[in-house]
Design a protein around this ligand. Structure first.
Ligand code: SF4
Ligand code: SF4
Length: 264
C-alpha cells in the first residue's frame, strides 16, 4: 500500500505521482476488496510514510482514548514543511521490529479500524482536489494498482462514490479539504511561518484538547464576531473546534475574514 495524505512539502510530488496513474472517471468501476481471506492480508500495513492530518489525529485519539499530548508522544513524529514551515505529523512505525509494522496492525487486521486514517480508507484510490471558480472543491480519483496487492483480483466492484461511502470518508474529506485550503493559501503567499506561528498551527490543528484550554484561558473568542452558539460548539466537541481552528488560523495567519471576523 502506498499511503500518504498531501502535506505542504509533498503536495507537488503527490500530484506528480497521481498524474502517472489511470484516472477513474465518475461512474466508472474498479474491482477491489480487502479482507482477512486475501493472501496478502496485512502485508501492506508496514514501513509506511503515513502523514496524519488534523482530523486523522482527532479520530485516532478518540478511538484510542488518548489526549493529544499522549497520542503525539506515543504515535507521531513531528517535523516542519521546509517551504511553508507548517507542522507535519507522521505516524510512527514500530522501527524496533523487523519490517517496521504500523503500531495498530494485528493478526486480525487493523485494531483502530473505526478510527483509521483517511489515507488507509481511501486506498486503493488516490484523490486529487482543486478549488473551482465558486470556491467549491473539485475532486479527481485515480486507481493506485500495486502488483503485490491481491485486492484487485477479488470479486467486488465500485465506483469512486461507492468507495467513499463504504469507507465513510465524507467527514474525513470535508475536514481534510479545509486543511488543504489553508496549506494552499500558505503556498500561494510563499511566506514561511515563523516559529510562533508554527506553534500556533500545531496547537490549533493537532493539539485540540490543549487548544480548548487556550480558548477558555485567553477568552480569544470574545474578541471575535461570532454567535454564542458557535462559541459553544467550538468548546463542546472536537470536530466543531477543528472547524473553528481552521477559520481562526486563516484569519490570524493570512488576515482572511472569509468565515470569521474580528470584533469591530
Ligand atoms: S492504521 Fe490500520 S489500516 Fe492504517 S496502516 Fe495502520 S493497521 Fe493498516
Ligand atoms: S488486499 Fe491490498 S490493501 Fe488489502 S491487505 Fe492486501 S495489499 Fe493490503
Amino acid at each position: 500500500m502506498t499511503i500518504s495524505n498531501q502535506t505542504p512539502s509533498d503536495h507537488d510530488a503527490t500530484q506528480a505521482f497521481l498524474d502517472t496513474l489511470p484516472e477513474l472517471p465518475p461512474g466508472e468501476r474498479f474491482r477491489f476488496a480487502c479482507h482477512p481471506k486475501v493472501p496478502c492480508f496485512n502485508a501492506c500495513c508496514s514501513d509506511l510514510t503515513l502523514m496524519l492530518t488534523p482530523y486523522d489525529v482527532l479520530r485516532l485519539r478518540a478511538q484510542l482514548g488518548l489526549s493529544s499530548r499522549d497520542f503525539i508522544a506515543r504515535h507521531a513524529l513531528a517535523a516542519q514543511a521546509p517551504d511553508t514551515g507548517f507542522p507535519m505529523l507522521r505516524l510512527r512505525m514500530r522501527d524496533e521490529i523487523p519490517g517496521a509494522p504500523c503500531p495498530f496492525v494485528t493478526r486480525e487486521g487493523c485494531s483502530v479500524y473505526p478510527g483509521r486514517p483517511g489515507a488507509c480508507r481511501t486506498y486503493p484510490l488516490g484523490r486529487a482536489t482543486k478549488t473551482g471558480e465558486a470556491g467549491e472543491v473539485l475532486e479527481q480519483f485515480f486507481v493506485v494498482r500495486e502488483p503485490h496487492c491481491k485486492g484487485f483480483e477479488q470479486d467486488a466492484d465500485w465506483t469512486s462514490a461507492d468507495w467513499l461511502k463504504d469507507q465513510d470518508l465524507k467527514e474525513y474529506n470535508r475536514h481534510n479539504d479545509r486543511y488543504m485550503l489553508l496549506l494552499a493559501q500558505a503556498r500561494q503567499r510563499q511566506a514561511r511561518l515563523d516559529q510562533k506561528q508554527a506553534n500556533m498551527v500545531f496547537l490549533a490543528a493537532f493539539n485540540l484538547d490543549a487548544f480548548r484550554d487556550f480558548l477558555v484561558n485567553t477568552r480569544l473568542m470574545d474578541r471575535l464576531d461570532m454567535p454564542e452558539e458557535a462559541k459553544a460548539a467550538a468548546l463542546a466537541d472536537e470536530s466543531g473546534r477543528l472547524e473553528f481552528a481552521m477559520d481562526w488560523l486563516e484569519l490570524a495567519l493570512f488576515g482572511v475574514e472569509r468565515n470569521l471576523k474580528k470584533k469591530a
